[in-house]
Design a protein around this ligand. Structure first.
Ligand code: FMN
Ligand code: SF4
Length: 560
């Protein structure tokens, strides 16, 4: 059998870590120890458990009972806790007898591009060699249909490529030997504004900010009017100020790179080509709030970015741009949209299930390991670095008084030029639609399933916090798309991603999904409306509080 079964971990370079590989399946405690040593570079502890599970899963294909026992013993915990983690994160598995796992992105864009037929084609031909299934959006809607094979992205799938993949699987060709172009992730930058033209030199940036007064940095961010790019638009300077003002022995800077909102992929591109700007923004925040530890929480779907980002951080260390004063580490997610919610994310970084905490207290008061913590989006950190270099006045020159600067939009769906568009806040939606070649646009989902659905009556609205908060994604739908199918897809997404902690969201999403599956003439629209509203009104966190929206938009439009 032609399978790669390395007896030694690849220690030749840091990028050997979690690189594309076909896992071995026999448990070997010595090898596991070595891989974990390579991953952490230090003794690892209970808080590293999720990261340890990801490493074990990656190299052994699953976390079998014997591996669970071994991990439990190391962390002085019991196996039940480990199993609870495995069951929470979609990408962790207890037992998988097949060497390869292929997950097709199933968001509405890929559904419209014919993912179901491709999935069935592959399933049919390789069922004894690989497990084939669906997953949520993997951040590649601009180059789909796409899938992950053992965590690594396969883009631009079509019937011919599926046939070629099936052949590789049947011949048991190791993943490392598959053609590199199948794994190519394009940047697809269509319009680059100031942020996407920004390439700071950390050699100047880091000493400059270290010489600056932390209060002055926070004031400049406040004066610039920077608002968080992760969706809610909270003023960034105010967040940093609260964190700096909370007395504590230490503080943390956390970069939210979970980017799980279907249709969003701007953070992927920022991390691919502007990692220095993001790290500069984190270091700036660290200096402003008095933190020495930074963490990038990178969604598991972006595993392909893990090695290059690690390598870049290593370069920063050798240049002493990172070190004792401030350092950054990367934590991987393992397939759980809810972990983008900032408190769920902190739980996950602590190695637990990502169940959102009760707020208040907010992370700026009681965050990671109980310490004051700033959580910001990837784009927010890059924009903060831009402001530190170019100044608040320059930043305010674009955008609107309430929404300063530019915003990076991820555009996908029925348009000629899907990809990344950086535009000033306040740009009317129809201008963006013209730019991307959406000539037959009937509906636009702004901000992903948790955002808003806009029809032609709203196309002239500006994309700004004061009118239509843009979030990260713009999904375009033409006249051939059924609104009910979109609502079904989004509701299924929320059902799959509900963490199950509170009843309105857990049970409500299941019932919404079940009722929506019926033929449209049999749907009790009044009952459905009441339930969707109830889910929104009574759920614990932002996921449930927006989960009823797709249903309500469909009802408002087709059953007013
Ligand atoms: C279910 C859910 C998922 C979220 N996912 C993300 C995400 O992937 N990235 C992100 O930056 N913010 C996400 N957020 C928002 C975060 O909770 C938080 O507001 C944000 O990281 C703060 O950063 P900002 O102030 O820079 O926007 C999510 C919120 C919810 C409720
Ligand atoms: S609203 Fe949903 S995702 Fe949020 S805590 Fe409740 S069950 Fe979990």
């Amino acid at each position: 059998m032609k399978r790669s079964q390395p007896d030694q971990p690849d220690t030749s370079q840091a990028t050997g870590l979690l690189s594309r590989c076909t896992p071995r399946h026999e448990w070997n405690a010595d090898l596991a120890s070595q891989w974990l040593q390579q991953r952490f570079g230090r003794p690892w502890k209970r808080a590293d458990l999720l990261q340890a599970l990801i490493v074990i899963q990656h190299h052994f294909g699953s976390v079998t009972p014997v591996a669970q026992q071994w991990l439990a013993h190391h962390c002085q915990t019991d196996r039940a806790e480990i199993r609870a983690l495995i069951h929470f994160y979609h990408f962790l598995e207890e037992d998988d007898p097949l060497p390869l796992r292929i997950r097709f992105a199933s968001n509405i864009i890929e559904q419209h591009q014919g993912l179901q037929a491709l999935l069935e084609q592959l399933q049919h031909s390789v069922h004894q060699h690989a497990r084939v299934s669906k997953t949520a959006c993997i951040g590649l809607s601009d180059q789909g249909p796409a899938a992950l094979v053992n965590g690594f992205p396969l883009t631009h799938l079509n019937a011919r490529r599926i046939e070629a993949i099936a052949e590789k699987l049947q011949q048991q060709v190791p993943l490392q030997e598959w053609p590199a172009e199948w794994f190519r992730v394009e940047e697809n930058v269509r319009v680059a504004g100031p942020l996407l033209s920004f390439h700071p030199d950390p050699g100047n940036f880091i000493p400059n900010i270290r010489a600056r007064d932390p209060h002055a940095i926070i004031n400049e961010i406040k004066t610039a009017g920077l608002r968080g790019r992760g969706g809610a638009g909270f003023p960034t300077g105010v967040k940093w100020e609260h964190c700096a003002a909370t007395p504590a022995p230490q503080r943390y800077v956390v970069c939210n790179a979970d980017e799980g909102e279907p249709g969003t992929f701007k953070d992927r591109v920022l991390l691919q080509r502007h990692a220095d700007a993001v790290f500069c923004g984190m270091a700036l925040c660290g200096h402003a709030i008095g933190a020495r530890h930074g963490i990038v929480y990178l969604r598991g779907e972006y595993l392909f970015l893990f090695a290059p980002l690690q390598q870049r951080l290593q370069h920063w260390r050798t240049q002493q741009w990172l070190g004792d004063h401030f350092d950054i580490e990367i934590h991987l997610g393992a397939g759980a949209y809810v972990c983008g919610e900032e408190t769920a994310l902190l739980e996950s970084v602590e190695g637990k299930r990502g169940i959102p905490r009760v707020k208040p207290p907010f992370p700026v008061q009681h965050g990671l390991f109980g310490m004051p913590t700033v959580v910001n989006n990837v784009e927010t950190f890059a924009a903060a670095a831009w402001i530190a270099e170019q100044g608040a006045d320059a930043f305010r020159q674009s955008g609107t008084p309430q929404s300063a600067g530019t915003h990076v939009h991820s555009v996908s769906g029925d348009c000629a030029k899907p990809g990344i568009y950086e535009l000033p806040f306040g740009t009317p939606l129809d201008q963006l639609l013209t730019l991307c070649g959406a000539t037959d646009c009937v509906l636009v989902q702004v901000g992903g399933p948790s955002g808003v659905m806009v029809d032609s009556s709203g196309f002239q609205q500006p994309l700004a916090h004061e009118s239509m908060s843009p979030g990260g994604s713009i999904m375009v739908f033409d006249h051939s798309r059924a609104h009910l199918d979109i609502a079904r897809n989004f509701t299924a997404f929320f059902k799959d991603e509900s963490c199950g902690f509170c009843t309105p969201c857990r049970a409500g999403c299941q019932i919404l999904q079940r009722d929506l599956q019926q033929p449209s003439h049999r749907i009790d629209t009044q009952a459905l409306r009441q339930l969707a509203q109830l889910v929104n009104d009574t759920s614990h966190c932002g996921l449930g509080q927006t989960a009823g929206r797709p249903v309500l938009f469909w009802l408002d439009r087709e059953h007013p």
